[in-house]
Design a protein around this ligand. Structure first.
Ligand code: SDX
Length: 397
């Protein structure tokens, strides 16, 4: 097949696996899913089609896409016990905490696919692997919308059987819970593109975690719950929530110079800026910024965008940020859009998790089919004390 694009080891501080799923060139600001530029997918594709591409390696034919879409729709429902369990969370529980706990709990619902119970070979069966993919990808929007509805003290909405994946998610969130509710097509498309942009990103912290956990042979629900835990962190998927809090804290254009000074004095981080791999403008951030204005046509302009635009302009012309190759990443503008769409800030990492599950499942499936799928066990560089003898407590200072 295609020669694998091997990174320059000098450029990447760690390389732990080869993969065919996505390609990033951090210096040039390039991102491709299975060789297709993210810009083309954002313009022409849908999230369900991109999920198929990531997980199966090729864009689906018409009949493959239809079957895939039907399988996902069939699996949007979650067990009533899972829904009941979600209702037992405190009213002010963080939606990400609810989502992670529910994913882990669902791992106990299917003992027949738990390698610890069903035996290690369970995932050699492609039908079982695919069934887990349909269940997890299909039910994620339902789990996510349930955690939102818990937060606002409302009943959980059942999925709508003949709406698209993203439309159905927006339908289940709808506060008014009207049967005939139909989300605005421009809002649906904006969220669809955001889902495409967030679906996959090579070996980021949470995706590396899926590979790490899967390598122990644990079931995929537990691995996905663990990865969602990594994505929850403010340095990773929690960054768009942290960006909003930062913009709210700045509050006014006149406070930007003091904030920039605090960053330079290392008292604060410029959230939504910087990246482990991109040392250029994150190609996703450019598209997210365009989407913001499309959404504002419907929702009205979110005032915080002005602070974000001015902050970016100052940072991109300031030597401190230029020398450190700090540019906006995917999280810098996404939070302002979610805010304009009426999502509370603690839902932002949940909105990152739904699409990223497609990338996690793609890496899980690739890992399962990898003949070298040994347990991931990095070594450390020991810098502790030299060998010494035990000291009885009487002799200790
Ligand atoms: C995501 O990996 C992925 O692909 C992740 C992701 C995905 O799709 O999965 O792209 C999603 O997580 C995007 C990143 C979201 N996080 C944030 O926006 C939080 C703010 N960013 C920082 O936490 C930071 O930039 C990291 C964690 C993202 C990267 O940290 P690094 O690897 O330490 O950055 P670096 O080595 O390039 O830092 C170089 C310098 C350092 O200063 P010096 O010690 O050299 O003087 O830049 C500084 C850093 O301290 N720096 C920042 C900064 N990020 C780095 N200074 C101020 N504000 C920042 N945001």
């Amino acid at each position: 097949g295609q020669p694998l694009r091997v990174y320059d080891p000098g450029y990447m501080n760690t390389i732990c696996c080869t993969s065919k799923i996505s390609y990033i060139d951090g210096d040039k600001g390039i991102l491709e899913y299975r060789g297709i530029p993210i810009e083309e997918l954002a313009e022409k594709s849908t999230f369900v089609e991109v999920a198929y591409l990531l997980i199966n390696g090729e864009l689906p034919s018409k009949s493959q896409l239809q079957e895939w879409d039907e399988k996902l729709r069939k699996h949007t429902f979650i067990h009533t016990d899972a829904s009941q369990m979600m209702k037992s969370f405190r009213y002010d529980a963080h939606p990400m905490g609810m989502l992670i706990s529910t994913l882990a709990a669902i791992s106990t619902f299917h003992p027949e696919v738990n390698p610890a119970l069903a035996g290690e070979g369970v995932y050699k069966n492609q039908d079982i692997v695919n069934k887990q993919i349909y269940r997890i990808l299909g039910s994620l929007p339902t789990i996510a919308s349930n955690s939102f509805r818990n937060r606002i003290g409302r009943e959980h909405n059942m999925p709508h059987e003949n709406m698209s994946y993203v439309e159905n998610f927006l339908y289940m969130l709808d506060k008014l819970n009207e049967k005939e509710y139909k989300p605005h097509p421009k809002i649906t498309r904006a969220l669809e593109v955001l889902f495409i942009l967030h679906a996959e990103h090579e070996l980021n912290c949470s995706t590396a975690f899926v590979r790490h956990l899967s390598s122990s042979g644990v079931d995929i629900y537990t691995a996905i719950a663990g990865a969602a835990g990594a994505l929850y962190g403010p340095k990773h998927g929690g960054a768009n929530e942290a960006v909003l809090r930062m913009l709210e804290e700045i509050g006014d254009l006149k406070n930007i110079p003091q904030f920039i000074k605090d960053v330079k004095d290392r008292k604060k981080l410029l959230m939504g800026f910087g990246h482990r791999v991109y040392k250029n403008y994150d190609p996703r951030a450019k598209i997210v910024k365009q989407i913001a204005y499309q959404v504002f046509e419907i929702t009205g302009k979110e005032p915080l965008i002005e602070i974000a635009i001015e902050l970016e302009k100052i940072a991109l012309s300031d030597p401190y940020f230029i020398q450190r190759k700090l540019y906006p990443n995917v999280d810098f503008y996404s939070g302002v859009i979610y805010r304009a769409l009426g999502f509370p800030t603690d839902m932002f990492p949940v909105l990152f998790t739904i699409p990223r599950v497609a990338g996690w499942l793609a890496h899980w499936k690739e890992y399962l089919n990898d003949k070298e799928n040994n347990i991931v066990r990095p070594r450390q560089n020991y810098i502790g004390p030299e060998k010494r003898n035990y000291l009885p407590v009487e002799q200790r200072k």
